[in-house]
Design a binder for this molecule. Structure first.
Ligand code: NAI
Length: 248
């Protein structure tokens, strides 16, 4: 028996990167997987097959997590296809970095909508289902910059701070219904999102990390698995930093 056997997990933005690693780890622990991404192309289909090869059911849904109406539809489909939604991971996220003086309204709005409003959309659609089940685990993907701020990422840091406060607020609202909510705050994780950074920037980051390496998507997936499972049945409203000790 895996830690998540018999549970259904819905993970947003999971065609690649951290979301994909979480989906694979959850599947290894026996969860059936519903995942979303903007499109399900060959890469998304390859991800779906990789997850399915773990011996669980897996469906990929094309949807824009920032769109309220589309999200309601997708959640309804997932519920019909799987019969329950026990775990929700709000993982979809983007960066549109720039100093405040040069940041456009569009850069601000896009990051807030994709990173934060998306979580509202999914929580809003999933909580009635979880309330009927009298159980659920919601995980918001935040970031260390949501705790500490970061010059050049005001939009992103604000969206991630919002993800933390959102998790804490729903933890308070829904705890009596058996629903837990927590946030993960990864530090510097090696994915496509950070691959765009220069070698100098990477070297600077590495100096600040006591463990002297960037994290892997699997490092984050391990904590997500803990928060999704009954191993964390008395943990709610928390932020767990997965950052190699960068921020203490
Ligand atoms: P990534 O860029 O490799 O993957 C993000 C996925 O989200 C992609 O598949 C993308 O298509 C999807 N996505 C983007 N917009 C979407 C939308 N509107 N609707 C549905 N899907 C959408 O990024 P990565 O590194 O895997 O990041 C995953 C999460 O972890 C993000 O929320 C990110 O902010 C967060 N994070 C990442 C860190 C890192 O160092 N890589 C550090 C801290 C947090």
């Amino acid at each position: 028996m895996g830690l998540l056997t018999g549970k259904t997990a819905l993970i947003t933005g999971a065609a690649r990167g951290i979301g994909k690693a979480i989906a694979l780890k959850f599947a290894e622990e026996g969860a059936n997987i519903a995942f979303t991404d903007l499109v399900i192309d060959e890469n998304g289909e390859a991800t779906r097959q990789e997850i399915e090869a773990k011996g669980v059911k897996c469906v990929g849904y094309a949807s824009n997590a920032a769109d309220f109406a589309q999200t309601a539809e997708v959640v309804e489909k997932v519920h019909a296809d799987f019969g329950s939604i026990d775990i929700l991971v709000n993982n979809a996220g983007i960066t549109k970095d720039g100093l405040m003086m040069r940041m456009s309204e569009q850069q601000w709005d896009m990051v807030i909508n994709v990173n934060l409003k998306s979580a509202f959309n999914f929580i809003h659609a999933c909580t009635p289902i979880m309330m009927r089940q009298k159980a659920g685990s919601i995980i918001n993907m935040a970031s260390v910059v949501g705790v500490h701020g970061n010059a050049g990422q005001a939009n992103y840091a604000a969206s991630k701070a919002g993800m933390i406060a959102l998790a804490k607020s729903i933890a308070q609202e829904l705890g009596s219904r058996g629903i837990r909510a927590n946030a993960i705050a990864p530090g510097f994780i090696l994915t496509d999102m950070t691959a765009a950074l220069s070698d100098e920037v990477r070297a600077e980051w590495a100096k600040k990390i006591p463990l002297r390496r960037g994290g892997t998507p699997e490092d984050v997936a391990n904590i997500a698995t803990f928060l999704a499972s009954d191993m964390s049945s008395y943990v709610s409203g928390q932020v767990i930093q997965v950052d190699g000790g960068m921020n203490m």
